[in-house]
Design a protein around this ligand. Structure first.
Ligand code: FES
Ligand SMILES: [Fe+2]
Length: 396
């Protein structure tokens, strides 16, 4: 029997993991702007196919440089629109040349004797370029204002995008950001960043207008505050790829590609200009080229038992990424939250889930959801007090 009922999973306001079309968490995530690619991934006049929350889309930039997000397939006979031509701010399909303007309206059907273009329209989605990323609003109704980060806009320097894909559900990475007790174990052999953090951190969490404030105090006296931006972003001090620059303010978003894969977008503003900025870019390119092992493949090798984790040569991959891959992918593609044994150290994760469940319940019942807003002065603090060894010794 065919029905148009939503699957049971779509009604469960404790299901944060499934974000495909029609799911409750997917509807929730689509009510907020999401980064969908880096600005440099799509040049003016070019297209890019993308997959976000188990749906495919086409991104293109008009010849003017304006970003556009539209459907994946042409409604005529279904070929991929990303194979087509950008003409001005319109997109022409590769297969038979139907042309769609920036509103999605079909405006040409070259092979038709009697055009019915006025009856054909493809969906388009609001898109904005900001901080070197392209953000899209893929949900229903009017989009909320795009969250802004004035402290990233005002200072001189260059943006650094240190993004990656991970082979597990996005919520595992989001939860990991509140899991401070993993640091002393998962990253214990990371030269600079995390020595001395093997203790029982005291974690305090509290809801604010953007999401959750997380304050962590170590037994050493070191302390820091970070912020979760609901539904899926994070603002903290982290080490850039070349860690001698020291801890830098970093913005993160964890965006589902599908339910079992996600992309971390991360943006930093580096205090480098002119020659120093050029040199940084060259060094990053050289460093990336030097890694001969993909961190995800390597984690798969470890999790399948073919390679021992402690035999990994840190110089051949991105160590922190690999370490978090092992821990998070090791939870399974979608972590089993029904059979966990949570403790005191998981207070942040418990709090995050409570807020997410509250919002999903409100959405399911047709009640207003909280409109999260990032205040300009909500800026994280780095570790204060006794802490990690000098960053010059690190290998990120
Ligand atoms: S499939 Fe696009 S014009 Fe025919
Ligand atoms: Fe980690």
């Amino acid at each position: 029997m065919l029905t148009n009922d939503l699957p049971a999973v779509a009604l469960d306001h404790h299901d944060f993991a499934h974000t495909g079309p029609g799911t409750l968490a997917g509807r929730y995530m689509r009510r907020f702007w999401q980064p969908v690619c880096h600005a440099h991934d799509v040049a003016p006049g070019r297209t890019l196919p993308i997959r976000i929350m188990s749906e495919n889309f086409t991104i293109y930039r008009g010849e003017s440089g304006a970003p556009h997000v539209t459907t994946f397939r042409c409604p005529h006979r279904g070929t991929q629109l990303s194979a087509g031509w950008v003409e001005g701010d319109a997109l022409r399909c590769y297969y038979h040349g139907w042309k769609y303007d920036a509103t999605g309206q079909c405006i040409e059907q070259p092979a038709e004797i009697e055009s019915f273009a006025h009856k054909v329209r493809i969906a388009t989605y609001p898109a904005i370029e900001y901080l070197g990323l392209i953000f899209a609003y893929l949900g229903e109704g009017e989009p909320p204002p795009l969250p802004r980060f004035p402290d990233f806009e005002a200072t001189p320097g260059i943006y650094d995008w240190d993004s990656y894909d991970r082979r597990c559900n996005f919520f595992q990475n989001l939860e990991n950001s509140l899991d401070n007790s993993h640091v002393g174990f998962v990253h214990r052999d990371h030269g600079a960043a995390f020595d001395g953090l093997v203790d029982r951190p005291v974690i305090s969490v509290e809801e604010n207008e953007w999401g959750i404030s997380v304050n962590v105090k170590r037994t050493s006296g070191a302390e820091r505050t970070t912020y979760i931006g609901l539904p899926n972003s994070y603002y903290m001090y982290a080490l850039p790829l070349l860690p001698e620059l020291g801890w830098l303010k970093s913005l993160f978003w964890w965006v589902p590609i599908d339910d079992e894969n996600h992309r971390q977008f991360v943006v930093r503003k580096l205090p480098l200009t002119g020659e120093a900025a050029e040199q940084y870019r060259e060094r990053i390119a050289a460093r990336q080229a030097a890694f001969d092992l993909n961190h995800s493949d390597l984690a798969d090798e470890v999790l399948s038992g073919r390679v021992a984790r402690d035999e990994i040569d840190a110089g051949r991959t991105q160590l922190i990424r690999f370490q978090d891959d092992v821990a998070q992918v090791g939870q399974g593609a979608i972590a089993d939250r029904e059979h966990e044994r949570l403790g005191h150290s998981d207070v942040g994760i418990i709090y995050l889930r409570k807020i997410w469940a509250r919002e999903l319940k409100a959405l399911a019942e047709g009640n207003p959801i909280k409109q999260w807003d990032h205040p300009a002065d909500m800026i994280p603090t780095p570790h204060r007090g006794p802490g990690p060894r000098p960053v010059s010794e690190s290998r990120a």
